[in-house]
Design a binder for this molecule. Structure first.
Ligand code: XMP
Length: 503
């Protein structure tokens, strides 16, 4: 039975299914898990090397986790519980973590004192130590390097007394490969690009150039400038437009209109306003769970669609409001609209095991968004909690009472912006998840499970997974058979945290 027939029959019965209701059928396979491609897209113009995106939640994605997500080939969406300027600063930290060509390097003036440069470094939280030095007419006259700082004992001295004056520079058109060559030959770790008027038009730093040239960052999720990609959540209304402007100025790669009901007028108004004002930024909109909603968002110009109303581990929306559709059926039905339209679909929430990624993508999604599966990593915000001999991390819904009291963005996400604390109707809970260690190891297991699943299906890439995936519906007995049974597990594996999961 084809996937289409399977879901149509379920639909005829009025049944909607989720992860635990189904398993993928295995198929003839010529693909080895480590050889297949899992590259995908989050939105029309935002690729993913691995199809995993971290949730825009205050206990999941800030700059530390987003940086690591992109370094591992995925994408992080910085949450909007932060003030717009602070959220933009988180975006900037991810963007500035690595560089190819630095288009607007931070420069200092020859007459500045070293002390004033050090103060500026602290105030602006600049982590680097190299600055092109300009004269009063903003022409390049030297470079201030790490060494110049290290060997300067008197910080009242001026930059021109301390700086390195012998500078090798190159034309603004210099490519990364040419820069690598020039730096190798001249043994210089900095290469400023200077135009015909002597003005600085860019800067290459050797460590960045070498990383790109040697292929070390081949699996990173990098933009055309060699910087890590990052997304950020916005809400709706005028506040959202101001927030979008701050984020775009910080070079965010993709905006996510992040609401509990994506098929609502404020979302369409915001989508249109951003698209009218900024033609080159991708906007993903959500969340939805019905194909008619997907059709309206596609028609409104969304570059990606996020799907999931109430599947999340911390969500109570389905219970409190009585709405929503089990995730796997919702993914399949919406993918019938988004697929032909060329709009990537992200299955957001409700995943518990790596096999759920294969199922979500098999049903038609292009990526998955995870909250609880990433909240327990070292890189998520917040400290570890030691309780009952285990380590945990705090994790809460953005519609939990505490999140809504703390942040107007959370209230707005659940359309309760102007309500007082005692009038709020929470749609989420707060709690903790098991500490899982560093993101790299955690994602390795998730991606390993996806690769294994694709190998069983016989799909060499995500497109083939969409085409070849077919499903069984399973019963409670089938589910019990699927999990380990009739054994007391004495040793947990990191990809099957049996004793802390809620089967
Ligand atoms: P998981 O299952 O990965 O789900 O923890 C994360 C997703 O859940 C959504 N989210 C919420 N949904 N009430 C809800 O109904 C909430 O308080 C809440 N907080 C987050 C969100 O889409 C996230 O990506």
């Amino acid at each position: 039975m084809s996937k289409q027939r399977f879901f149509e029959r379920m639909e005829d019965l009025g049944l909607a299914l989720t992860y635990d209701d189904v398993r993928l059928k295995t198929g003839y396979s010529e693909v080895l898990p480590h050889e297949l491609s899992i590259a995908s897209k989050f939105s029309r113009n935002i690729p993913l090397q691995i199809p995993v995106v971290s949730a825009a939640m205050d206990t999941v994605t800030e700059h530390t986790l987003a940086t690591e997500m992109a370094r591992l080939g995925g994408l992080g969406i910085i949450h909007r519980g932060l003030k717009p300027e602070l959220q933009a600063a988180h975006v900037a930290k991810v963007k500035n973590h690595l560089n190819g060509l630095i288009e607007n390097p931070t420069c200092v003036h020859a007459t500045d004192t070293i002390e004033s440069v050090l103060n500026r470094k602290e105030e602006e939280e600049l982590s680097f130590h190299s600055f092109p030095v300009l004269d009063s007419e903003n022409r390049l006259v030297g470079i201030l390097t790490h060494n110049d700082f290290d060997f300067c004992t008197d910080t009242s001295r001026s930059v021109q007394e301390v700086m390195t004056k012998k500078v090798i520079s190159a034309a603004p058109s210099t490519t990364l490969a040419e820069a690598f060559d020039i730096m190798q030959k001249s043994k210089k770790k900095l290469l400023p690009l200077v135009d015909d008027n002597g003005l600085v038009a860019g800067l290459y730093v050797f460590s960045d150039v070498e990383r790109v040239q040697s292929g070390q960052s081949a699996n990173f999720n990098l933009d055309a400038r060699g910087q890590l990609r990052v997304g950020a959540a916005i809400g709706t209304g005028d506040g959202a437009l101001y927030r979008a402007e701050q984020l775009i100025n910080a070079n965010v790669d993709v905006l996510v209109v992040d609401t509990a009901h994506g098929d609502s007028k404020p979302v369409y108004d915001t989508l249109k306003a951003i698209k009218d004002n900024y033609t080159s930024i991708d906007v993903v909109a959500g969340n939805i769970s019905e194909p008619e909603s997907a059709k309206r968002l596609v028609d409104a110009g969304a570059d990606g669609i996020k799907l999931g109303q109430g599947p999340g581990s911390i969500c109570t929306t389905r219970i409190i409001a009585g709405i929503g559709s089990p995730q796997v059926s919702a993914v399949y039905k919406c993918s019938q609209i988004t697929g032909p339209a060329g709009v990537p679909l992200c299955a957001d929430g409700g995943l518990r095991y790596s096999g759920d990624i294969t199922i979500a993508l098999g049903a038609g999604a292009h990526s998955v968004m995870m909250g609880s599966m990433l909240a327990g990593t070292e890189e998520s915000p917040g400290r570890r909690i030691f309780l009952n001999g285990r380590q945990w991390k705090y994790y809460r819904g953005m519609g939990s009472l505490s999140a809504m009291i703390e942040s107007s963005s959370s209230r707005e996400r659940y359309r309760q912006r102007d309500l007082s604390a005692e009038r709020l109707v929470p749609e989420g809970v707060e709690g903790m998840v098991a500490y899982k260690g560093v993101l790299e190891d955690v994602l390795f297991q998730y991606v390993g499970g996806l690769r294994a699943g694709m190998g069983y299906v016989g799909a060499a890439n995500i497109q083939e997974l969409h085409e070849k995936a077919d499903f069984h519906r399973i019963t409670a007995a089938g589910k019990a058979e699927s999990h380990p049974h009739d054994i007391q597990i004495t040793k947990e594996t990191s990809n099957y945290p049996g004793s802390v999961s809620n089967k």
